[in-house]
Design a protein. Sequence first.
Length: 304
Amino acid sequence: MLNNITLKNLKIGAKFNLLLILVFIVSIVGSGVALSSVLEGRAQNEVTSQAQLLIKMVNAVRNYTQNRIDPLLEPRLETNPTFIPEVIPTFSSKEVFENFRKNPEFKNFFHKDATLNPSNLADKADNFETQLVERFRNEPKTLEITGFRNLPEGEVFYIALPLKITQEKCLRCHSTPERAPKSQLATYGSENGFGWQLNQIVSAQIISVPSQDIFANAKRNWTLIMGLIVTIFALVVILINFLIKKYVIQRIRRIEKIAQKVSIGDMSADFEESSNDEIGGLAEAFNRMKASLKIAMEMLNHQS
């Protein structure tokens, strides 16, 4: 009830400004939510594209090592006094990726073949990575896991793929210590990296891409665009308010003042309006009403 009385007491300009402010707020909030969703989606797509590209690069190195390097170096595993790690696709992909990370721009990009029971303990999965491997084992239809993870370097977006033993020759180094090359045992020992089975998922191939800068850039873009939208909306509101006052409210006020003069008997005042719009029509109607009122008053005075 109180709100209705308050609104009724407001002048047209105040009511119109209130309506504009409400439209302004709703438009800004709606635009902000929609823009935020679009920019976050683009940022998500950007980090995903980067991670997928690096996955392809790493797998290209793995395939090259497995198909071209391994056949050349494998015969030397028995005769060489130390193990030749270049025959292992994981080692090659890790070394290539570390060279890639030497560029300061990519220092916070990470790659790891996180393995539950590796020969090289540097590849051993931590608790988080172990959960990924176990999930791949428990969900055979899951071919990719993505998400965000906090590292000491900051928040990263990761893509994890399952690594499965699909070739019998891989079991030479990882089935039992008796089958393993002597150079491998001399380098890594016989305690770790054995007991693997064919078609078993042993690792999760993980690529991590820093996401803080990309999402921070999206937030900066959001702030910049929203500032521009707010400025444009504010200018539009000011312009509309100016036009309403000049072409509507001021003309109505002039008609109101003349009507007040006429109401106290000043018939010399005219409702002057040169426009043919609605307000001009209103002024013309008031002039006709004033003429009729003047004739009626003259007739009344004559009869008296």
